[in-house]
Design a protein around this ligand. Structure first.
Ligand code: M6R
Length: 592
């Protein structure tokens, strides 16, 4: 993962680099550092978050060129030596790196044979020394980068400074994102556009296997053969990538409360005058296919379970795969499968790996992503944007609802049966009501479970898919171990874990499953469980904790997910944890 930034010619490099790292710390926050040129390369770095770095970097830096990094550790523990920027043995090359060099051990051996030694354990330090090795033997920095691209295997986005070129920054990209921001008399680089959007709206997105040289007035990009590439300028607007908290205490809360507007925006984007506006060729491909495969990770995988069921109800056969599982045993079921990838960030490495396999096998693909211009958006055959607005909190909330909503619309469009539009419009007031009036009841459950170490979510069918997402959300931010169990599976094993006072949170929003779910509640209560029920009016009983008005049952992940998200949020706030940046996680999982 990791976030990188860099600037040249900017009047206040310290401000851009440190604020930029703060903006990018959703990508990792184990340690952070900066480097700049002032009569030699100067480095400040330490373990801890960007706020700590801000305290140790001098206020009065004089430089034209600066790079910075916020780290999510892959090779080596978070300590000062492993913190970026990394400098080469002879102090010629200093760089920040996002990605993973797969053959770093071979490269390290090669460098040791050339009398290099290393102060840390990272693959990135090895890259700095490899560039230096080629540079010192041939004295051509661009050629050294090209040579490195042939040698290095794995993923990298690199911002590099060379002590012999204090007015130039060098870049290299493969598999990890890198964007250039073009200013008037200054230029930036960063892992995404968000740190730069305050200062420029013009961007250049690099493709894999490209490298280049940036000065304050120019950008040159080359392909792997050293041929100069013409890059087009892309305009982005500040609203779509602003990190403004808009008065909310946390991004997670803000993003949960943006769910209704996210659904409205999807309806406005993909429906005009009651008709779907999806690309006709895409719809035909979906209609002609005899099998739809979904591939995704985490929350996006959970939305594929719901979306897959939508297509199945229209008679399509489907399969849903976790990307990191599918990639190592790829299958293409059916005679004419169509592949849908889902990724909020559009940069998830496991999914990018899958896309490579899909392309090698000559299949087309559709990506559902929240991030226009991301690697998956640019490289899949078709793309549908989630239009959820930037999601900063590591815990995905509004993007999950956007994914499910978009899949409901898409399945409906493929079936030529625009019923979902009316249903989605009908649940909007209900989500508003949950968000305005249900918080006290949700907080009661949060207070009751906050000290527990383990709990269970139960549901069947759509409520089971919702339980899986609710469980992931709770565990990732509150660190309470939780597991989602389909009601009917309880007695096939998991009920052995139910003890006196074990919390069990039950969703019963589907009248088809209400009866057996009540049976499950009796079973766990008989073993001492403390049960909390979230039900719809139609199937509710007097003792249920939260009762929601009726709605089309297949939309439980759209409607009741707000309750699950608030619950995870309040438990975490009560426990005093950092809800937007849970330990060990990062927003964009750009390493496999
Ligand atoms: O960006 P993606 O949708 O590809 O990310 C997939 C998962 O890493 C992500 O959904 C993760 O599970 C979230 N932190 C869950 O809240």
């Amino acid at each position: 993962m990791c976030g990188i930034v860099g600037c040249l010619g900017f009047k206040n490099p310290r401000e851009y680099v440190l604020n930029g790292l703060k903006t990018l710390d959703y990508r990792g926050y184990d340690s952070a550092g900066v480097a700049y040129y002032n009569d030699g390369i100067r480095i400040y770095k330490d373990v801890g978050a960007v706020e700590h770095l801000m305290e140790i970097v001098p206020q009065d830096i004089k430089t034209e060129i600066m790079i910075g990094h916020t780290r999510w550790a892959t090779h080596g523990v978070p300590n000062v030596a492993n913190t970026h920027p990394h400098i080469s043995k002879h102090k010629k090359i200093c760089l920040v790196h996002n990605g993973v060099i797969e053959n770093y051990e071979d490269v390290k051996k090669f460098l040791i044979s050339k009398h290099y030694d290393f102060y840390g354990d990272t693959d990135s330090e090895i890259v700095a020394n490899l560039i230096e090795h080629y540079y010192l033997s041939e004295n051509d920095i661009l050629d050294s980068l090209k040579k490195c691209m042939f040698v290095l295997k794995g993923s990298y986005a690199l911002a590099i400074i060379c002590s012999d070129y204090p007015d130039e920054m060098f870049i290299m990209k493969n598999g990890s994102p890198l964007v250039i921001g073009k200013g008037d008399g200054f230029n930036f680089v960063a892992s995404d556009a968000s740190p730069m959007i305050k200062y420029t709206d013009a961007f250049i997105e690099l493709n894999d296997q490209e490298y280049g040289r940036i000065t304050k007035n120019s950008v040159e990009v080359f392909d792997a053969n050293g041929v100069k590439v013409t890059k087009k300028l892309i305009k982005k607007d500040i609203e779509s990538i602003s990190h403004d908290l808009k008065g909310y205490p946390h991004y997670m809360l803000k993003e949960i409360e943006e769910i209704p507007q996210t659904i409205k925006r999807l309806l406005e984007t993909y429906v005009k005058d009651g008709k779907y506006t999806f690309d006709k060729t895409l719809l035909n491909k979906l209609k002609e296919s005899d099998h739809i495969m979904f591939i995704a990770c985490g929350t996006s995988y959970h939305s594929s379970l719901v979306g897959g069921r939508y297509f199945e109800h229209y008679g399509k056969s489907t399969s849903k795969y976790i990307a990191s599982e599918w990639a190592f045993d790829p299958v293409f079921p059916g005679n004419k499968p169509f592949i849908i990838l889902i990724s909020q960030s559009g940069e998830t490495a496991d999914l990018i790996h899958c896309l490579k396999i899909i392309k090698e096998n000559n299949y087309e693909s559709l990506i559902l992503t929240n991030t226009g211009g991301s690697t998956l958006d640019r490289n899949c055959t078709y793309s549908l944007l989630l239009h959820a607005g930037i999601e900063v909190s590591v815990a995905s909330t509004k993007a999950y609802v956007a994914q499910v909503t978009l899949l409901a619309l898409l399945a409906d469009a493929v079936a030529d049966n625009p019923k979902v539009i009316e249903d989605l419009n009908s649940v909007l007031p209900l989500i508003d009501e949950i968000q305005t009036s249900y918080k006290p009841k949700i907080m009661e459950i949060a207070n009751a479970i906050k000290k527990k170490e383990h709990l269970f979510y139960l549901g069947r069918s759509y409520d089971y898919f919702l339980s899986m997402e609710a469980s992931l959300k709770l565990k990732e931010v509150s660190y309470i171990h939780s597991e989602a169990i389909p009601g009917g599976e309880l007695k096939h094993g998991p009920i052995a874990l139910i003890e006196q006072d074990t919390p069990v949170i039950v969703f019963i929003t589907d009248h088809h499953t209400a009866l057996p779910m009540r049976g499950n509640i009796r079973e766990v209560q008989a073993r001492g469980a403390k049960v909390y029920v979230i039900a719809t009016e139609r199937v509710a009983t007097e003792t249920d904790n939260i009762v929601v008005k009726n709605y089309p049952y297949y939309l439980s992940s759209v409607v009741v997910s707000s309750i699950a998200f608030y619950l995870a949020y309040y438990v975490t706030i009560e426990k005093g944890y950092n809800v937007d940046k849970p330990r060990n996680l990062a927003k964009s999982v750009t390493v496999e």
